[in-house]
Design a protein around this ligand. Structure first.
Ligand code: ZN
Ligand code: ZN
Length: 388
């Protein structure tokens, strides 16, 4: 059963149950695109109240539209998340939010490829590429059936090409595919790869002395790539908060790839800022008074802000982003989606050959019928039970 997310992007929660076991995958907050929209809180019996049992809540990754309602989960229900995802979530949670910190600390950690046995279900997490690092698909095996829940994923990131091999070698055929469909309502051009985006950043660094980047602080693989784009002799500056997040990816993933090792992450003080003004380089920024002051203080002619987030945040009513972007001499978009393109969706469908596909995390679920016209696509409603 999909509790929420059958007809919206984000706010997802999916239930899978057998006669004796019941699990929930993700408990996310609704994404609010309109200025005064108040996200609705999600109630799931036995999970947000005591009317029933729940054996576990598993999180695919740590974006708010997947973990945002974590505190509504009744205490005592075991939580599961990736090792690095948990560390990042702890780091971005404010110290004043002690209760949330405590719950995150209590969460169990899982490892890619290592099955979890929960009641009569065997659940195997598989690492996937997404704009939140440490994201997972879950293969759920129970009652002789196999379900693959994709979470948010893509194939055009640095690790995206591992997906087809993983589907072939490790996952194979499934009975039901529950897949994200974010891009079904967005344009269907093949998105730019993260590698091409890094290349573009290199060009901007040649063209502009001061390159400021406005990017989500948790889009860590992109920020690693941007830092590697900075040539020798130039600075890659960020604040201590961003540096702390980068040190987490280096600590946990540094051994897997040079992309996550030896990341330039100079934090700044007055002296370094003076040298940055002299030599130039790249700086990660957010919209706050301190960064506004820093951007306004450099030579406008030679500065650019690269906007490295989804354009919807910039264009929505009441957004302060356009004013922020106007602080530099020029701004330019430098972004690519964290979500599965049509080609990526087709790849997963072909490789897993499901008998039935349930689209979630989309505002155009019926769009999936066009992607795979010969497949059974079940466009379900929130809270509708699907028997397998
Ligand atoms: Zn999401
Ligand atoms: Zn996500």
């Amino acid at each position: 059963m999909i509790h929420r997310g059958t007809h919206q992007i984000g706010g997802v929660a999916t239930e899978v149950r057998t006669a004796s076991t019941r699990i929930i995958i993700d408990m996310g907050s609704e994404l609010s695109m309109e200025e005064n929209y108040v996200p609705a809180s999600l109630s799931v019996s036995g999970v947000t109240d005591t009317n029933g049992r729940c054996d576990a809540v598993l999180f695919t990754h740590n974006h708010g539209d997947h973990v945002g309602e974590l505190m509504r989960i009744r205490e005592g229900i075991p939580l599961y998340m990736g090792v690095l995802a948990r560390e990042i979530l702890l780091a971005v949670t404010k110290d004043t939010d002690a209760m949330l910190k405590k719950r995150i600390m209590q969460a169990n950690r899982f490892t890619a490829g290592r099955p979890l046995v929960i009641g009569d279900m065997v659940i195997t997490p598989y690492s996937v590429d997404h704009s939140a690092c440490d994201s997972y698909m879950f293969l759920i095996e129970a009652d002789g059936k196999r379900i693959l829940h994709t979470g948010d994923f893509r194939m055009h990131g640095f690790r995206g090409q591992a997906l087809p091999k993983m589907l072939d070698k490790l996952i194979g055929k499934v009975d039901v595919l529950i897949t994200e469909g974010t891009m079904l309502s967005r344009d269907d051009d093949e998105p730019m790869t993260e590698r091409a985006l890094q290349q573009r950043a290199r060009l901007y660094l040649k063209q502009y002395k001061y390159v400021f980047v406005y990017c989500a602080t948790t889009n860590l693989e992109r920020i690693c790539a941007l830092s590697k784009a900075v040539p020798r002799g130039k600075y890659f500056l960020c604040d201590t908060y961003q540096a702390k997040l980068l040190s987490l990816i280096e600590k946990h993933w540094g051994r897997y790839s040079p992309l996550y090792r030896n990341i330039k992450r100079t934090t700044y003080d007055d002296e370094r800022m003076a040298r940055f003004r002299k030599r130039g380089g790249m700086m990660m920024v957010r919209d706050n008074p301190m960064f506004r002051r820093i951007i306004s203080a450099v030579d406008r002619e030679h500065s650019i802000i690269l906007y490295s987030m989804w354009d919807g945040y910039r264009t929505r009513d009441g957004s302060t982003i356009p004013a922020f972007l106007s602080l530099a001499g020029r701004w330019a978009p430098l972004h690519t989606s964290g979500h599965a393109s049509v080609r990526a969706l087709r790849t997963v469908i072909e490789k897993t050959n499901p008998k039935c596909i349930i689209p979630i995390h989309t505002d155009r679920p019926d769009g999936l019928c066009l992607v795979c016209p010969n497949k059974k696509v079940a466009v379900v409603q929130d809270k509708e039970v699907v028997e397998i």
